[in-house]
Design a protein around this ligand. Structure first.
Ligand code: CTP
Ligand code: ZN
Length: 153
């Protein structure tokens, strides 16, 4: 933490701080992780200044620690997010979001003819690109690239 700057959202004692979320995707991250159903204390800030993202959002979750697999789903909307693990007010670990092999549900297939757009079947994708996320539909094989990813939850 830089000495000359105050925290824009209060520090937490124990838990996870998800930083570097693009501001426009904050609510998508909340939906993907199901944070609206948590009983834990959750605080967030949005439209905070960031040199890298322009405007960023941050989410602080008290007493919540994620499995890597659970958090990897946010790769679709916050590929550059950083997780800070806090124990007794100290940052004890910093992690990037890992790239999952598959994504089940969450996103819509770009192909209007795909079965997932006509019947009640969950979408399933193989994650292709590691830098710019692209999703290959396991039903119709069409590729949904990053710009076209539409979150359906
Ligand atoms: N943080 C927090 N509660 C704590 C300690 C840290 O909420 N008890 C938050 C900070 O506000 C920051 C993030 O966790 O958003 C990472 O903390 P730190 O590594 O100290 O800050 P920076 O060096 O600014 O982080 P970065 O290198 O990610 O810019
Ligand atoms: Zn498809």
């Amino acid at each position: 933490m830089k000495e000359n700057k105050k925290l824009q959202v209060s520090a937490i004692k124990d838990g996870t701080v998800i930083d570097h979320i693009p501001a426009k995707n904050l609510f998508k991250v909340i939906r993907i992780l199901g944070l609206m159903n948590l009983e834990n204390q959750v605080t967030f800030g949005t439209n905070l200044d960031s040199q890298k993202l322009g405007k960023k959002a941050i989410i602080k979750l008290s007493n919540k620690f994620f499995e890597d697999e659970e958090i990897s789903k946010i790769i679709l909307v916050a590929p550059k997010a950083r997780l800070n693990i806090i124990k007794n007010y100290e940052v004890i670990d910093k992690k990037l979001v890992s790239v999952p092999d598959k994504i089940i549900g969450i996103a819509k297939c770009v192909n209007p003819k795909c079965v997932t757009n006509h019947e009640k079947v969950k979408t399933k994708f193989k994650v292709l690109s590691k830098s710019n996320v692209a999703l290959k539909c396991l039903y119709c094989e069409k590729i949904t690239d990053e710009e076209h990813i539409e979150i359906i939850i």
